[in-house]
Design a protein around this ligand. Structure first.
Ligand code: NAP
Length: 273
């Protein structure tokens, strides 16, 4: 198991949206192991409280705040509570997202906006609200958007998610340029297929397509949430001080070969019947 210095993020306060499950939980726990205090923000407080307890068991402080990132007032309230508790915010990880499989021609307007509002509007709400606090505090900061390789590879069956992730990449590039003068670095970390409960339940119901996905990943296995977290630690630490406006792929090589569209389309077709 690789390790960072236990001081890599010492004294830092990090907000992780969607920190109650999957990759977000992994980021929160790995951040805590290297010295960060963590604010966990999403809709389901019971999940956040569970992870907050795990963070505290690692010797760090944790705050669980119920927050729907689509709602600006809730994001403002979450950031205000974080500031009241910890006095500063150094890292924001925009990890919250939603996704489901549907052929593009059958995607409803509501389905489109459900995903785009979480991923694109939610990332913007958190970035602007926290970014303004970072600018005012004059301490610099790091914003990390958890994206994916779909803006490059395409993702049949996920046009809403792939489009929103592409927007979030453009957002990171633009904010990196605008906020460099405030010493705020804005990066993307793009996981490949990662073993999380949510993904298993929603996207890989079929063992046959699971096998085909695995065959298409050069590393021969899915990523683990903590492996995505390690890239985030690197980005947010002093070691990543010269990183801004780019994307780190944690994908076992899968972006280079991509999962054949035939596998994905097959899977989407199966969810219909
Ligand atoms: P996950 O376990 O489903 O996590 C998504 C999180 O987002 C949940 O904790 C959920 O919490 C939160 N969320 C959803 N809607 C929200 C809202 N309106 N406001 C606040 N929080 C909200 O999925 P995951 O696999 O860990 O994915 C984490 C990130 O990695 C996502 O950005 C995803 O696109 C990206 N990613 C994952 C994979 C993969 O293979 N797993 C691959 C590429 C990229 P609540 O329900 O409590 O709100």
């Amino acid at each position: 198991m690789p390790t960072f210095s236990s001081e890599a993020l010492a004294g830092k306060v990090a907000i992780v949206t969607g920190g109650g499950t999957g990759i977000g939980r992994g980021i929160a726990l790995e951040f805590a192991k290297v010295g960060a205090d963590v604010v966990l923000a999403s809709r389901k407080l019971e999940n956040l409280e569970r992870v907050a307890t795990e963070v505290r068991a690692l010797g760090r402080k944790a705050l669980a705040v119920q927050c729907d990132v689509r709602e600006r007032a809730q994001v403002e309230a979450m950031a205000a509570t974080a500031l009241q508790t910890f006095k500063h915010i150094d890292i924001l990880v925009n990890n919250a997202a939603g996704n489901f499989n549907v052929p593009a021609e059958e995607l409803s307007p509501n389905g489109w906006s459900a995903v785009v509002r979480i991923v694109m509007d939610g990332t913007w709400n958190c970035s602007q609200v926290v970014g303004k606090e970072m600018i005012a505090a004059k301490r610099g900061g790091t914003i990390i958007n958890i994206t994916s390789n779909t803006p490059i590879t395409g993702s049949p069956g996920n046009v809403h998610s792939a489009s929103a992730k592409g927007a979030v990449v453009a957002m990171a590039h633009t904010l990196a340029l605008e906020w460099a003068k405030h010493r705020i670095r804005v990066m993307c970390v793009a996981p490949g297929q990662t073993e999380t409960e949510g993904v298993r339940q929603q996207l890989w119901k079929n063992p046959d397509s699971d096998k085909k996905y695995l065959q298409a990943i050069p590393a021969g296995r899915y990523a683990r949430p903590e492996e995505v977290a390690y890239a985030c630690i690197f980005v947010a630490s002093e070691a990543g001080a010269y990183l801004t406006g780019s994307t780190i792929y944690v994908d076992g090589g899968s972006t280079l070969v991509s999962v054949p569209a035939s596998v994905r389309v097959h899977e989407v077709g199966e969810t219909k019947s």
